[in-house]
Design a protein around this ligand. Structure first.
Ligand SMILES: C[S@@+](CC[C@H](N)C(=O)[O-])C[C@H]1O[C@@H](n2cnc3c(N)ncnc32)[C@H](O)[C@@H]1O
Length: 382
């Protein structure tokens, strides 16, 4: 089990991942977070006038550390900008658990309004999201603002470093400590101004007559995911009255369901705010807005029991850089609670992930639908 105590130069905080579990095996912060906090302290960068923007951190550790540091200085609270609902929950829960006020949170499809003079930028896995965020963030920075990028050394390579140089101009780096490093840039723009609109990508599925919009953080933003295609090819026959698209991304499964069963209510859940925003736009553009609703959520948390007779799920196999099936397992466990007695969970996944055996922990009947060399579609019933 991982102890939740985060000890930085500003003091001690109890920082946990969400959802909170008694036997947490993964830490909610890393050495790069601690290095950034210690740097802010040793360089005395925080003052009454600090306007701090934190970007993309996963559970609010640094934002809480900076809040802790700014409180006695009576400086404004930092702002956390992220695409992740889990990060939002992490910030709220960790701030609350430590008796700190909750910093302002801005969803990634919106642009935080500056001017900011310090930015702590955790680099997202998606370069598209990174470029989009930087282009919208730069006009919101004060001249001379310092941009600090805490990284674990294993996550930075030449290509990423060059991309950062192309976005920020010349960079400098700190010495490495415990496999973490800081990358620095200085904003040399003349002053804060208007930010461009968030970047969007469009593609269509002619066979289903669907056209889909994607903000930069949306899964499968450049083309239809092969797993999603396999599920669309093996779509259930129905009819159904309440359908959930669990991990809805751009909403493709939800919209296909709404078109197939025009009397069904369809709800899509995703932890990515950009996904929820894109899916909402896509339902409207494909004329099923009345039937569909998209909600930011961690899996099916707080969804009522026995409410859906079909759940469609193309689960994630990583959480940012952490690969594993922990989220898929939570999706399956919660689906068993949310399905009606005769309800069905349809899952698509890579064959090697072994979802068939795993689903049997919660479902009595698990049946494979169709055959594909790489993917399986599984129908699970209670
Ligand atoms: C493999 S993609 C599937 C997207 C879309 N349904 C499709 O078929 O193309 C998995 C989706 O799960 C979402 N996701 C990841 N963690 C989640 C969580 N804890 N709760 C809800 N959705 C989550 C991701 O943001 C991503 O959009």
């Amino acid at each position: 089990m991982i102890p939740p105590v985060m000890m930085s130069a500003f003091g001690e905080l109890d920082i946990r991942r969400v959802p909170f579990t008694r036997k947490e095996m993964l830490s909610a912060f890393d050495q790069a977070d601690l290095l950034a906090l210690d740097y802010l302290k040793t360089q005395s960068l925080l003052s009454t006038n600090s306007a701090v923007l934190v970007v993309n951190e996963t559970f609010g550790a640094m934002t809480c550390g900076i809040t802790q540091a700014l409180l006695p200085l009576q400086g404004p609270l930092p702002v956390l900008w992220s695409d992740s609902h889990m990060a939002h929950l992490g910030l709220q829960q960790n701030a609350g658990a430590n008796g700190l006020p909750t910093a302002c949170f801005v969803q990634a499809q919106n642009t935080p309004q500056g001017p900011f003079n310090i930015v702590i930028l955790r680099l997202p896995k998606s370069h598209a999201l990174l470029c989009d965020q930087v282009q919208r963030m730069l006009p919101q920075l004060a001249p001379g603002a310092v941009i600090i990028m805490p990284v674990m050394v294993k996550h930075i390579d030449n290509a990423l470093y060059q991309l950062l140089e192309s976005l920020f101009g010349p960079l400098t780096t700190s010495l490495a400590r415990k496999k973490a490093r800081l990358i620095f840039a200085i904003n040399d723009l003349a002053g804060a101004g208007d930010s461009p609109k968030p970047q969007e990508n469009f593609w269509s599925i002619p066979s289903l007559a669907l056209s889909l919009q994607h903000f930069s953080g949306v899964f499968g933003r450049t083309k239809l995911d092969p797993g999603a295609q396999v599920l669309l090819d093996q779509f259930p026959q129905g009819p159904y009255s309440c359908v959930i698209d669990l991990g809805c991304g751009n909403g493709v499964q939800a919209i296909a369901a709404a078109k197939k069963w025009p009397n069904a209510r369809v709800i899509g859940y995703d932890e990515s705010y950009m996904s929820v925003a894109s899916a909402t736009i896509n339902a409207a553009n494909n004329e099923v807005a009345e039937q569909c609703k998209f909600i930011a959520n961690d899996c099916l948390t707080n969804v009522g029991p026995q409410t859906a007779d079909l759940i469609l799920c193309n689960p994630p196999f990583h959480q940012e850089r952490v690969v594993g099936d922990q989220i898929a397992m939570r999706m399956f466990a919660q689906s068993a609670q949310v399905l009606t007695q005769n309800g069905e969970l349809w899952v698509v996944g890579n064959r090697h992930l072994g979802y068939h055996a795993k689903l049997k922990r919660w479902f009595r009947q698990v049946e494979q639908i169709g055959a594909h060399p790489k993917f399986v579609v599984l129908k699970a019933k209670l």
